[in-house]
Write a protein that binds this ligand. Structure first.
Ligand code: FPP
Length: 254
């Protein structure tokens, strides 16, 4: 039994879903099989987040660097993504889940891009949790794009250079309007950010587990949330300045 305090849930959880390939290789299976089973972990974590009341869940589904993978694996991942969008739409509507995407969507195959756009449009008025899919996403690319957009505004005289602040920057990122993640989960043990949410993760608590993504299900997710609840977040202040939000404890049984 893992105890989770519903009053101190992270508002936004971001996940680097790593280890699908290794999971498959350990079993003598093709890498794509690992991704397929990983899709079930995506379902489990979305469902647990919704049930617990996590407001935002961001999933790193495909990085700009992943375009360098063998074409067969890329095709397989794109097909998985498209099918996931098709099969989950009903559930998203039923549970009021809103889908957003960040990344260079223009690089995606047209069928995937269309499925993403259709799902985003269909779910845009849903008021429950928000799932953010990072696809064809790179943190540096996102920052460079924001810098270009701001530079153009300065050139046009819409804004003065000295008026460019952190807020201006945030408004030009793909995650505009979404609070920064409180918790980052990375599976399969690597201590790296892998170009994910470089701007947004400035103050995020980081949880790394050796569990490979296909094995990361509700129980492992609750463990990550319990870790988060043990952390005291200081945002650069001293212990004394930080007040923990007191709240009634609740027990979530599996
Ligand atoms: C990393 O494992 C995982 C990915 C590159 C893709 C993640 C995709 C899914 C979980 C499936 C579908 C996604 C959705 C949103 C339905 P890896 O291949 O890098 O593993 P390795 O490091 O062991 O090789």
């Amino acid at each position: 039994m893992i105890e989770i305090d519903p009053e101190r849930l992270p508002r936004h959880v971001a996940v680097i879903m790593d280890g699908n390939g290794r999971w498959a290789q350990q079993r003598g299976l093709p890498r794509l099989h690992g991704h397929r089973v990983g899709k079930e972990s995506v379902r489990a974590v979305v469902e647990a987040s919704r049930r617990l009341g996590v407001r935002y869940l961001s999933l790193y589904a495909f990085s700009t660097e992943n375009w360098r993978r063998p074409p067969r694996e890329i095709d397989g991942l794109m097909t998985l993504l498209r099918r996931y969008l098709d099969t989950e739409l009903g559930k998203m509507m039923k549970h009021q889940i809103r889908l957003l995407a960040v990344g260079s969507l223009r690089r995606l195959p047209p069928a995937v891009r269309q499925a993403l756009r259709a799902t985003i449009t269909a779910t845009k008025r849903n008021t429950g949790m928000t799932v953010v899919l990072a696809v064809s996403y790179g943190g540096r690319e996102e920052i460079a794009r924001a810098a270009r957009a701001i530079a153009r505004r300065v050139q046009r005289g819409e804004i003065a250079a000295h008026e460019v602040t952190e807020d201006t920057f945030e408004r030009h990122l793909g995650t505009v309007g979404i609070p920064d993640p409180d918790l980052l989960i990375r599976t399969s043990g690597e201590m790296r950010l892998s170009n994910f949410f470089l701007w947004q993760l400035a103050y995020t608590e980081i949880y790394v587990t050796d569990t490979l993504w296909p094995d990361f299900r509700e129980r492992e997710y609750l463990q990550a949330l319990a870790f988060f609840q043990q952390r005291q977040r200081r945002f650069g202040r001293t212990d004394q300045q930080v007040e923990m939000v007191p709240g009634a404890r609740a027990v979530l049984a599996r």
